[in-house]
Design a protein around this ligand. Structure first.
Ligand code: MLT
Length: 260
């Protein structure tokens, strides 16, 4: 279905019944990453999957998709769907959006799961990499996407998911260059939200892959410590929704049970 945010189409799906569970994908992904989880979760939750601006079937809103802007889009969509409170799982960039949402709409959220994501902002080196990506993507879109998606996996796990990686790439090739650039700028400019997670009064989790090449495991350990969040460790890299699918499925089914 489509929700229009200031005339920009935002694609979303809903399924199941029960408390609202919002699933936010990462950079160069779309709501399709959650498809195999939905049958397992829809008995327990009303699942809302969103294509974040510039991704999947959603349009591009502006030159910079700040995390705040994307959180506002999510807020408007959830208001439109009359969802009073939700649980959010944000994968990587989706986690950055979830943190901005927790900052601006804390009363609307009871559980926040950062999946292969982080509260800290980009290091100077990472910002430089973003700027480099912005410079090359116009002429090298396909190779940029191919390389960026390969880099989401460790060398080891990449070998296990060749067809899934191809599917991810094929979909990302269809995203507009402007949308991709807007999201790169938004990630580059995002602020540190460790304090937001620390002060978040609801349930929170940091789920980290031990071999994550994007969010180093040591950083996740530190974020969990600094934000007083429980840390769930999975064996794999940055794509736990794929590499550790069954574990993530049961984690979300028993999340209240696990909370101490
Ligand atoms: C993602 O997977 O969403 C991105 O790799 C996150 C990032 O680049 O910071």
């Amino acid at each position: 279905m489509i929700y229009n945010f200031n005339e920009t189409p935002i694609y979303y799906t809903t399924s199941g019944s029960g408390p609202a569970l919002v699933l936010l994908h990462g950079f160069l992904e779309s709501s399709t990453i959650w498809e195999e989880m939905i049958p397992a979760w829809k008995e327990k939750y009303t699942i809302i999957c969103v294509d974040l601006p510039g991704h999947g079937k959603s349009g591009t809103i502006s030159q910079v998709h700040t995390m705040e802007l994307m959180a506002k889009v999510l807020h408007e969509l959830l208001e439109y769907l009359e969802v009073p409170k939700s649980k959010i799982v944000g994968h990587s960039m989706g986690g950055y959006v979830a943190l901005a949402y927790a900052e601006h709409f804390p009363e609307k959220l009871d559980t926040l799961v950062l999946l292969n994501s982080t509260t800290v902002s980009d290091s100077p080196e990472r910002k430089e990499n973003r700027d480099r990506a912005l410079r090359i993507i116009e002429s090298e879109k396909k190779s940029f996407i191919g390389m960026a998606i390969n880099n989401l996996f460790s060398t080891e796990t990449r070998k296990h998911f060749p067809s899934e990686i191809e599917t991810l790439k094929k979909e990302a090739y269809t995203f507009s260059t402007e949308g991709i650039k807007a999201n790169i700028r938004g990630m580059r400019d995002r602020v540190d939200r460790t304090a937001i997670l620390k002060n978040f009064p609801g349930r929170k989790w940091v789920v980290a892959g031990r071999m994550d090449p994007i969010v180093p495991f040591s950083q996740s350990e530190q974020v969990a410590l600094d934000s007083h969040s429980p840390l769930k460790i999975v064996e794999g890299s940055h794509m736990s929704w794929l590499e550790n699918k069954d574990e993530i499925i049961s984690f979300m089914l028993f999340i209240d049970f696990f909370y101490t």
